[in-house]
Design a protein around this ligand. Structure first.
Ligand code: 9MG
Length: 285
């Protein structure tokens, strides 16, 4: 049951092309200090590469590498630290697996350096609002994920006040689209994300899950990231992070039914299996 026509069938990511006629899975590969904290730098790189390989074997078609936490209470990371965390891993993943790599960063210098060693999608939770971000994205001419958020991770929860959450998210995304197009970013390179967990409380997130089909009116592929997020724990009455899998899969299925093209997740194998059911429904083959 696919209810919404796709804005585009493919996404060209440098030398790779993603087929958007069926939803794609973006596996999360965080390289913050607590992600692979079992020793020195080599061990961490090695552990991250093993994780990358396992997500690819499970069916991820994009790996999202990030070195900065976007949690509300996270400590800021310096440019050199973010580069040190991200670039060697992007280089190694790109050489070893030749896969589509997105970079979860808001810092243009980080994405530009990652693009030099093989990254081909810029995933920005701040939707290219940092100085020079629009300019660098236009110049690199690679796909960008513009995510909806208000304020900064430290302040966003105070800004979760809406009269009409879906209408306001849609308008605010449209404003970022206009800024991107004005800066010279090509329409074909834009992906939009409603930003679960960013300036939305649980009630607002439930409305978004139910009505995100309305974002298709903007005419861009949609990305959804809800895996293991706090909203799922709250819906389940206080479930811990490792108890949120089924709720996350249910939300992701509701997303793809409404037109989402890319699911960002920690749980690649389960998501790929869920999508096998979705893809084999007669209307989606
Ligand atoms: C980095 N990051 C954390 N959550 C995210 C989400 O929901 N979407 C995107 N695009 N990136 C996210």
């Amino acid at each position: 049951m696919k209810l919404h026509p796709l804005p585009q069938q493919t996404l060209v990511c440098g030398r790779h092309t993603l087929d958007l006629s069926q939803p794609q899975v973006m596996g999360i590969l965080n390289v913050t200090p607590d992600s692979f904290s079992d020793g020195g730098q080599f061990n961490q790189l090695d552990a991250a590469l093993r994780k990358a390989e396992s997500m690819l074997n499970d069916g991820a078609t994009i790996l999202d590498i990030g070195g900065e936490s976007t949690r509300p209470n996270a400590t800021a990371v310096s440019l050199s630290e973010e580069l040190d965390r991200v670039i060697p891993l992007v280089d190694a993943v790109s050489r070893r697996f030749g896969v589509v790599i997105s970079i979860d960063t808001s810092t243009p210098e980080v994405f530009a350096a990652a693009a030099q060693v093989g990254a081909t999608i810029w995933n920005d939770v701040r939707a290219l609002t940092r100085p020079k971000a629009l300019e660098v994205a236009a110049k690199l001419d690679l796909p960008v994920v513009l995510m909806h958020m208000r304020g900064e991770p430290a302040t966003m929860n105070d800004l979760a006040v809406y009269d009409d959450v879906i209408g306001e998210v849609k308008n605010e995304l449209q404003q970022r689209v206009e800024a991107a197009l004005t800066a010279g970013i090509r329409r074909e390179n834009i992906i939009l994300d409603m930003g679960f967990g960013f300036a939305k409380n649980t009630a607002q997130s439930l409305i978004l899950i139910n009505e995100l089909w309305q974002l298709n009116d903007l005419g861009f592929p949609l990305l959804m990231g809800i895996s293991r997020k706090r909203v799922l724990g709250e819906i389940l009455g206080g479930a811990a992070i490792d108890e949120r899998l089924y709720a996350g899969l249910s939300a992701a299925l509701l997303g793809v039914q409404q037109g989402v093209s890319i699911i960002r997740t920690h749980d690649v194998r389960a998501t790929v299996e869920m999508l096998k059911v979705f893809n084999q429904l007669p209307a989606n083959e």
